[in-house]
Design a protein around this ligand. Structure first.
Ligand SMILES: [Cu+2]
Length: 372
């Protein structure tokens, strides 16, 4: 992993990019307003070595996120998750070997006043050069929703990031003020620690299992009347420990479990949390590594993820989701399979961009930071 490499200093901007992709033409064909754009700069703080993405000034037209355009309730898309206009803000080579430990996000207006975080609807920090544990798709290192606070992992764990890995930031704005906003600047700080940090943190990577995963397509599904479980069996390509789990479900969700198929043993379980009206407001989090070291998953062994919904009505419930997320500490990160950037699943997953990508604030790293 090259963790003994000397720590490099970067004090200057390493990338200046404006990304347009085909978003404009896509927007036109979808009868959506053209996407706004602004310059992007990636720098490394010379003292802290944190990687800082800044962009602006942006002019954001008023956006109707919950009713008219540009929200699209596409056929089969279900309720609750819409495809908004998400764009790949920037792609850049990660500048140095480091432990990623969290992020800080600041949005300011033209006078430098801090804007509410919901000015940004959704962001994702993606490592294009590492695959996910369960799926051959690009690693989602961080997912940030409107309410996600700044996070910092405990010092005992860190996500290893290697110099030269291609990373990127997806961004979706949300201007619900009813008027145009201009002079908007965004600063996204990726908090790092030097790779030679002592004591050496445990290397952790995101763990994510979606009970209805279809790269490039919505992962929502429907629940028929009566109780209903949906399950998905999978293997992991590298052995390791699951340090904690959380997840994401919609209304009428009950629980999600991770089971060993051969023994039937439940390795992890989370349940939905409700408000006084009974609506699902979240999923419980289970820290598995406080006592003992968390369940050990073995490469090649069969595991089952079960998502349980209860439908007490006489009609199907459309558009639900079941996603289990957490942090996984591989026994030996050198066994992590190489990403195949030409695989169909990989390409479908990142190619959908602004049209079909779903909004989902679940991030395995966030889950762990919140339960530490
Ligand atoms: Cu969802």
């Amino acid at each position: 992993m090259g963790h003994s490499r000397p720590w490099k200093l970067f004090a200057v901007a390493i990338v200046v990019v404006t990304t347009r992709l085909s978003a404009q033409s896509m927007a036109a064909s979808m009868k959506m307003p053209p996407m706004p754009h602004a310059p992007v700069r990636v720098t490394v703080d010379s003292t802290t070595h944190h990687v800082i993405v800044t962009t602006g000034p942006w002019t954001l037209p008023p956006m109707l996120m919950d009713g008219d355009l540009p929200m699209m309730n596409m056929a089969g898309m279900g309720e609750g998750h819409e495809a908004h206009q998400e764009q790949l803000l920037v792609k850049f080579p990660w500048p140095h070997d480091a432990w990623l430990r969290g992020f800080k996000l600041t949005i300011t207006d033209k006078d430098g006043n801090v804007m509410p975080q919901r000015t940004m609807h959704h962001m994702e920090f993606v490592n294009f050069d590492r695959r996910q544990l369960v799926y051959p798709m690009a690693e989602r290192v961080l997912g940030i929703g409107e309410e996600t606070a700044a996070i910092k992992l405990p010092r005992t764990v860190g996500v290893p990031m290697d110099s030269g890995q291609e990373v990127g930031v997806f961004l979706m704005w949300n201007n619900d003020t009813g008027h145009e906003l201009d002079g908007i600047n965004l600063r996204f700080e990726l908090i790092t620690a030097p790779r030679n940090l002592t004591p050496r943190p445990v290397a952790v990577l995101p763990f994510k299992v979606d009970v209805n995963n279809h790269p490039g397509l919505p992962d929502s599904y429907e629940v028929p009347p009566g109780g209903s479980s949906k399950s998905y069996e999978f293997t992991v390509p590298v052995s390791g420990r699951l340090l904690g789990v959380g997840g994401h479900m919609h209304d009428n969700g009950v629980e999600m479990r991770l089971e060993d198929v051969r023994t039937g043993k439940v390795l992890a379980r989370v349940h939905t949390l409700h408000d006084s009206a009974g609506d699902v407001i979240g999923v419980s989090r289970q820290l598995l590594a406080i006592k003992g070291r968390g369940p050990h998953l073995r490469a090649g062994r069969l595991y089952r993820m079960v998502s349980v919904y209860e439908n007490k009505t006489s009609v199907p419930i459309m558009g639900v989701m079941g996603v289990l997320g957490g942090l996984f500490a591989p026994d030996d990160i050198r066994d992590w399979p190489k990403v195949d950037r030409t695989s169909k699943e990989y390409l479908l997953d990142i190619a959908t961009g602004p049209v079909l990508r779903q909004v989902d604030a679940l991030s395995p790293v966030n889950v762990f930071a919140a339960i530490k």
